[in-house]
Structure formats: C-alpha cells, structure tokens
Design a protein around this ligand. Structure first.
Ligand SMILES: [Cu+2]
Length: 150
C-alpha cells in the first residue's frame, strides 16, 4: 500500500515536470514561417531554424508590455528568444515581410491581454501592413477555434 502511494506521488511529479520550459522550433520555409502561429508558455523559448537568407525581428508595439524586443542577424541559425511575458507577439523577417513572412506567438492561457494594442500598432506599420494584418487574423482564428477569445 505504501509503495503504491509513493508511485502515485512520483506520477504527480512526472505530471508537473510536463510544465517545464519547452523549446519551440520555427522554420523559415521559402518565405513563410512554419508554424505561422506558435503557442507557448512563460519560460519557453523560440528557436529559429533554416535561417539562410532570413532574419527575425519583433514588430514594434506588437509584443506584450514589458517584454523584450528581439532582432536576429541575417542568416543567424538557431537564434533563440526566451518568452517571459504572457500575451501575443508578432514578428517578421525583414526581407520577406511583404511576401507574408510574418509570424505570431501566443504565450500563456486564455485571451492575450494585448490584442487591442496589436490593432493599434497595426496603424503604424507601413511596409507589409496587409501581411501583418493577415497573421493577426490567423492568430485570432486559432484562438477562436480553441475557445480562447472572450
Ligand atoms: Cu525571410
């Protein structure tokens, strides 16, 4: 009986280890980010792969309040970003954002708190604005499907 309890406790520990930080691989494929929308939790990291001819940069005003901006060098293989703050992050590849290379990351549970800020910041995007809008729309569709929009 006692050993069964210990096994039960170990199973619980095993479950909680599932909450450890994860690494999410984002690949540059032709002029797209795959996946287009990434779901993560605080403490996770993004790792950008197949980066020859690409860079990655967070878009101004399109990351959660207090989150760190990022910008990789061109072709910086394995560039990684630690995600500390909950909310939505929109990022681009500078050479290809006008052809649709704009991605989204949602960190945390429920509805991202900065959706209204994204819409506001969209007004300040000049180059590739329609592609940024498209990615935000796809992110919202995925949130909707998951029942995460209020
Ligand atoms: Cu690119």
């Amino acid at each position: 009986m006692r050993s069964i309890r210990i096994l039960g406790a170990m199973a619980l520990l095993g479950l909680s280890s599932g909450a450890l930080a994860e690494e999410h691989i984002i690949k540059a494929v032709i002029t797209n980010w795959v996946p287009l929308v990434t779901f993560a939790k605080p403490g996770d990291t993004l790792k950008f792969m197949q980066m020859a001819g690409h860079d990655t940069e967070s878009i101004d005003g399109m990351i959660p309040e207090g989150a760190a901006k990022w910008k990789a060098k061109m072709g910086q293989e394995g560039f990684s970003v630690k995600l500390e703050k909950e909310g939505a992050y929109i990022y681009k590849c500078n050479p290809h954002m006008t052809t649709g290379m704009v991605g989204a990351v949602v960190v945390g549970e429920g509805e991202p708190a900065n959706l209204a800020e994204l819409d506001k910041a969209l007004n300040d995007v000049k180059l590739g604005k329609n592609m940024v809008a498209r990615t935000i729309k796809k992110m919202k569709q995925e949130l909707q499907k998951a029942g995460r929009l209020k």
